[in-house]
Design a protein. Structure first.
Length: 275
């Protein structure tokens, strides 16, 4: 093989490899930041806010979180029924919907569940925003559901004993029970007019989320076993609503590939002239 032809082949191989790296690398920019917790995929055509069994929920990635007895407040409980919850989420760039699913052997009027969010920039403890150790405490927004009402209550707290319903109610809930499993849909607009009380959800940004569940069963004396602070809780986890698709990385990769091909063409022509 002539030296010039060998050089042309090396240029072609190197150029193709570089283009592949640019294209694959461009795709990687888009998908590198995946949520390690609850991720709300963006959908079109409306959200299943009134249907916990809607087929579209299967397109939402599930995330499972461990639950344990609440031990931070004096009215503690040593054992809880619900050991974990499975959470999915969807949004349409206007509203967000969460599907919370968990096993409960009995359907009781006092069965309940809640989502909790930090409000604003101040770090809050997952126990109602209670000040503890190095955590000063801050406001939290709680979306609460109970079976006998089958509706959501939008609530605020800043420490134990401060939980109260908000004067405005922005959250909705719908639940379904079947074969020992609860499925509850919580929904709300991504943002509200009450940022001092409500969590504000911005697409593409991570926020903190926690969960609570009450099994409404009663003991032999007819008393509720799980009530108030006696419940199953999680610690803080992360939530993110997916941002609308951004194809700019592919555009940059295409421009870089075109420049690489142009440089390659010029170099090959020079090599052939010198053959």
């Amino acid at each position: 093989m002539k030296p010039a032809n060998h050089a042309v082949r090396r240029v072609l191989q190197g150029g193709l490899a570089a283009i592949a790296v640019l294209v694959i690398g461009g795709a990687g920019v888009t998908f590198a930041q995946e949520s390690v917790a609850v991720r709300a995929a963006i959908v079109t055509g409306g959200l299943p806010v009134d249907d916990p069994n809607a087929a579209v929920w299967s397109s939402a990635p599930p995330a499972t979180f461990p639950m344990s007895p609440q031990v931070h407040w004096p009215d503690r409980i040593q054992e809880v029924t619900v050991k974990d919850v499975i959470v999915r989420a969807l949004h349409d760039d206007q509203q967000v919907a969460f599907l919370v699913e968990y096993s409960d052997p009995t359907q009781d009027p006092d069965d309940g569940a809640a989502l909790e969010f930090m409000v604003g920039e101040k770090k809050a403890h997952f126990a109602h925003g209670q000040p503890m150790l190095q955590v000063e405490g801050g406001p939290v927004n709680i979306w609460f559901w109970k079976h006998k009402e089958d509706k959501a209550v939008d609530m605020s707290a800043k420490g134990f004993g401060t939980l109260k319903p908000q004067t405005h109610q922005d959250v909705k809930a719908k639940a379904a029970y079947s074969n020992g499993t609860w499925k509850i849909v919580f929904s709300r607009a991504l943002s509200t007019d009450h940022p001092e009380e409500d969590v504000q959800i911005t697409s593409g940004e991570f926020i903190s989320i926690a969960f609570a569940v009450w099994d409404g069963r009663k003991d032999a004396a007819g008393e509720l076993v799980e009530k108030g602070s006696q419940k199953a809780v999680s610690s803080w986890w992360y939530f993110r609503a997916d941002a609308p698709p951004d194809y700019s990385s592919y555009m940059y990769a295409a421009v870089a590939a075109a420049l690489a091909l142009g440089f390659q063409f010029v170099l090959i022509r020079k090599l052939k002239k010198g053959q």
